[in-house]
Design a protein around this ligand. Structure first.
Ligand SMILES: Cc1cc2nc3c(=O)[nH]c(=O)nc-3n(C[C@H](O)[C@H](O)[C@H](O)COP(=O)(O)OP(=O)(O)OC[C@H]3O[C@@H](n4cnc5c(N)ncnc54)[C@H](O)[C@@H]3O)c2cc1C
Length: 449
């Protein structure tokens, strides 16, 4: 079989690449191959237990592919022949391609804890049938231990805490849950929220053994403490799926993803790679970082698909800003760019600006919530925005996206002083205390001092 643009992978990266390719190159035939008959929405997985009634409600619709005339093939690509420009499918023949986009995604990371093979240990897989089974198993459990307090572990814990008579514990080897995502003061508030939901948190601790006969019964921590567990969720990160690419001679980082240039091209002609399978580079430092997000995958997909045949108006990938948000028991938290902790690690000279304000005005309005903003600016002549953290009510989700654009557009501390904003009593903070502007002013005072 022959196609013009072949995409391997039907996650967020593959879907966005396919739809963008059809829109940007309407005369080209676009084919997407993915392994699974039914694809799930990865970011919705934590919510299959309570907020969504069933795993079916978290299925990714194929409609955008069908509406845009993308040919969808369910199958597994088992070999790429770059010289022949051909992809071999397991039991399904082959495809000749003109341009190939690899959107192979990632799989959950494993750690060699004794007992990890026992029944009752679950991974966070993007797999419909597996998720149906884990949901059934969770609903029959009494004590769940979540290994890993990153955003996926925390989102699982928070969702599961709504199930009655279920004891939930998170074991995190670092000093706080979410500490790789946020500065300490934000991580502490998030942990308090989790504790208020009855979740037990064990930080600075690692699981050294999973015990039980055939089925898991308990875990032993490295301080000797024993926690009852009839179900374990392992959420310690993900590793890029790179085997297929490596076998074809595509270069990868030693312990990372596929190496691509700023247009997402690999080292082989006419082969691009996007999404979780790709090695990301930090927007600020240009160094390798491990950030795997659906939003990053979608951005890379748009850049690659637009630039397949020639460099188009869509600009190059200048690195990953790392903007994401999460939601714990009514509190939204998010980050764009650098945290203060990370700035210290990489040795950047910085200025901090902080502010807090009600999300409505006057603050006596019903359902008022406080928004806390922390901004980090370079301590250089231009004082560019390097990062921001925000927590508060749901609406802060979009504030993070504004901060991300501000970082991308090289906004300086002083630009915020002349920033024109809309405010409304029921929708935003008051113009007099708008927290992003107030945080920038707070940083400006420090320069003047
Ligand atoms: C529980 C959870 C919650 C998350 N929440 C968020 C969130 O809130 N926000 C956010 O931005 N990100 C979130 N993420 C991260 C996000 O899901 C990933 O970054 C995103 O799925 C990456 O998309 P992708 O298309 O690159 O890869 P994947 O989603 O992993 O998709 C890879 C695709 O490639 C296919 N494939 C691989 N190899 C082959 C082959 N040989 N042949 C055929 N098909 C193949 C797979 O079957 C799959 O369809 C979350 C992840 C998880 C697990």
């Amino acid at each position: 079989m022959k196609t013009d643009i072949l995409i391997i992978g039907g996650g967020p990266a593959g879907i966005v690449a396919a739809v963008t390719a059809r829109k940007s190159h309407p005369t080209k035939k676009v084919t997407l191959i993915r392994k699974e008959e039914k694809a799930v929405i990865p970011c919705g997985i934590p919510y299959i237990f309570c907020r969504l009634n069933s795993v079916e409600q978290n299925l990714m619709s194929d409609q955008p592919l069908l509406d845009n005339g993308v040919d969808l093939v369910i199958g597994e690509a088992e070999e790429i022949k770059p010289k022949e420009k051909q992809v071999i499918l397991k039991n399904r023949g082959f495809f000749d391609y003109d341009k190939l986009i690899l959107a192979l995604g990632s799989a959950p990371q494993l750690i060699p804890i004794p007992g990890i093979e026992k029944e009752g240990v679950w991974l966070v897989k993007k797999d419909y049938e597996y998720l149906k089974k884990i949901k059934g198993a969770v609903l029959e459990s009494k004590n769940i231990v979540i290994i890993g307090g990153g955003f996926i572990g925390v989102e699982f814990a928070e969702e599961l805490s709504s199930i009655k008579n279920l004891d939930i514990a998170i074991v995190e080897k670092l000093e706080h849950c979410l500490i790789t995502n946020f500065d300490e003061e934000f991580a502490i508030v998030a942990e308090e929220k989790l504790k208020n939901k009855g979740i037990k948190i064990f930080v600075n601790k690692a699981v050294k053994e999973i015990g039980g006969k055939e089925k898991v019964e308990y875990v032993v921590l490295d301080n000797g403490e024993k926690l009852l567990a009839d179900l374990i969720i392992l959420s310690i990160g993900a590793r890029p799926n790179i085997d297929l690419a490596q076998k074809a001679g595509i270069k990868t980082e030693e312990k990372g993803g596929i190496i691509v240039d700023e247009y997402l091209k690999t080292n082989l002609p006419d082969i691009f790679a996007i999404g979780d399978c790709v090695q990301t580079k930090d927007y600020i430092t240009g160094k390798n970082i491990s950030i795997m997000l659906a939003s990053v995958a979608a951005t890379e997909a748009r850049i690659a698909a637009n630039n397949l045949y020639q460099i188009e108006l869509i600009r190059e990938n200048k690195g990953t800003i790392g903007v994401f948000s999460t939601f714990i028991d009514g509190l939204a938290l998010g980050r764009a760019g650098l945290t203060e902790k990370r700035a210290n690690e990489i040795g950047i000279d910085y200025l901090i600006g902080e502010a807090e304000a009600p999300n409505r005005h006057p603050a006596s309005l019903p359902n008022m919530g406080k928004i806390k903003v922390k901004l980090i600016f370079a301590k250089s002549s231009e004082n560019l925005l390097l990062g921001g953290e925000v927590m508060g009510p749901e609406s802060i989700g979009e504030m993070l996206n504004i901060l991300s654009l501000a970082i991308q557009q090289k906004t300086s501390l002083f630009d915020f002083n002349t920033w024109q904003i809309a405010t409304h009593p029921l929708l935003t903070s008051a113009p007099t205390v708008y927290p992003i502007i107030a945080a920038a002013q707070n940083a400006m005072i420090k320069i003047k001092k």
